[in-house]
Design a protein around this ligand. Structure first.
Ligand code: ASP
Ligand code: MG
Length: 441
């Protein structure tokens, strides 16, 4: 059994949907299809959720969303039925916009319209390709807590519900990204969460393979928009791919691999534009284990440095610091410490799946027991590979290559699969190009 997920660009137009439907039709093993909202729609919905929105802008955004979907519908054979189904959903969206209590719960319900609309339409495109898929409301299966905006799925419940509602003789089409809590409120799994949804379905259904169809030919040795010579990786281990998804490679949502690893589901990342190209296979153990497999860059990073003399020969300071951050749900990526200070990096990028908001409140609370400094405008560069903790010479080479740049912080040794460091935003891309050339030819 294969679970196939198609991202926003793979369902972003009628032509893209046709390509994707053709892929689904080409193997009878594809039993569950998970799709994202059409490209750009979730961003528009996020814009619509903003409080300061003027009524002109609101109308413009709504029209844009409507137009994008109607353009696809107009090319369908069954366009009349599809249009009336869509209009019904779209008027629900308009009604939802008139609602006053705009809290996080309201936002998640709003964001869910993206995936609901795309799946409504894609059923028809699948039918045109001879695939009779049953439209499945993911919220009936993907049960989560009530952490709106980034809800945590409950795997046990998901497995039970999937076992009950999904029959392996049929083919289903469902939404990525969305779920519901025990009260039936719609929740979302965080931006880019459709991959994660698909992985949860794959785990619950004990699928053999999870396919992630996207607009690039797999996972690359570096972002090809930054490094022209970057190449798709044929095979990569779960460990390396997990580091890569956390440290920048936007190809996979960072949480995607956890369910796949737990259930031993193989993951294939490939381009829906070029389905014969094998793309990248993510497996438990890869045959080759190069020291450096890939480089990644993540922009908009924030460095938080806290200092306190209290730390000197004391215990409990780090506990207090992390306790405070945990209370405010601030997720930390890298940590380095000296005797009297601790530096932490936070992902503050706008569309990060784990975006951190550093509120005045958390800063005030930290300032009660230490000095706090916040630096922005930084980028995180990561080298991903194998045995990086025990291979001589990697950091030597790296530092030599980068002797003219200021490296703000380095993390090395915690994982055999990565070395990473912070640099000035403006220099990140250049540094990635230099290192790619040095390590990957
Ligand atoms: N539509 C959602 C987003 O854009 C989820 C996804 O595409 O994975 O974040
Ligand atoms: Mg994505």
């Amino acid at each position: 059994m294969i679970v196939s997920k198609f991202g926003g660009t793979s369902v972003g137009s009628y032509a893209a949907m046709e390509h994707s439907a053709g892929i689904v039709a080409s193997s009878a093993d594809r039993k569950l299809i998970v799709i994202s909202a059409t490209a750009g729609t979730t961003n528009d919905l996020v814009a619509l959720s903003q409080n300061e929105l003027s009524s002109t802008l609101k109308e413009e955004l709504l029209r844009g969303i409507e137009h994008r979907h109607l353009e696809i519908i107009d090319q369908l054979k069954e366009k009349d039925t599809a249009r009336s189904e869509f209009q019904l959903l779209f008027s629900e969206l308009r009604q939802h916009m008139d609602f006053l209590g705009r809290d996080k719960r309201w936002k998640d319900r709003l964001f869910a319209f993206g995936e609901l609309m795309s799946t409504k339409i894609f059923v028809y495109v699948l039918r045109e390709h001879g695939v009779e898929a049953e439209w499945l409301d993911a919220r009936k299966i993907v049960k989560t807590d009530s952490g709106f905006g980034k809800a945590v799925p409950d795997l046990n419940v998901i497995s039970k519900k999937a076992g009950k509602l999904i029959n392996a003789d049929n083919i289903y089409l469902t939404q990525g990204f969305i779920g519901s809590d025990i009260f039936g409120n719609t929740t979302t799994l965080g931006r880019g969460g459709s991959d994660f949804s698909a992985a949860l379905f794959a785990e619950a259904l004990k699928a053999d393979t999870l396919e992630i169809w996207t607009d690039v030919a797999g996972i690359y040795s570096a972002d090809p928009r930054i490094v022209k010579e970057a190449q798709p990786i044929k095979e990569i281990s779960f460990d390396e791919a997990a580091e890569l998804s956390v440290f920048g490679g936007k190809v996979l949502h960072p949480a995607t691999l956890k369910p796949a690893i737990r259930a031993g589901v193989k993951v294939r990342v490939a381009s829906s534009r070029n389905p014969d190209d094998p793309g990248t296979l993510v497996v438990a153990e890869s045959e080759e284990k190069p020291v450096i497999r890939a480089l990644s860059l993540r922009k908009d990073q924030t460095l938080l440095t806290v200092k306190s003399l209290e730390m000197l020969h004391q215990h409990g300071f780090l506990a207090k610091l992390f306790q405070t951050l945990a209370e405010h749900k601030v997720s930390v990526d890298l940590v380095t410490t000296s005797e009297v200070s601790v530096s932490l990096t936070l992902d503050t990028a706008q569309n990060a799946s784990n975006k951190v908001e550093l509120s005045q409140q958390v800063l005030d609370q930290l300032r009660e027991f230490c000095e706090v400094e916040v630096e922005t405008g930084l980028s995180l560069v990561a080298l991903i590979g194998n045995n990086l903790d025990t291979t001589a010479g990697v950091s030597g080479t790296m530092f030599t290559m980068l002797k003219d740049y200021n490296i703000r912080l380095v993390c090395h040794g915690a994982s055999p699969h990565n070395v990473c460091f912070l640099v000035r935003e403006g220099e990140g891309e250049e540094i990635v190009r230099i290192l790619h050339k040095e390590f990957m030819g």
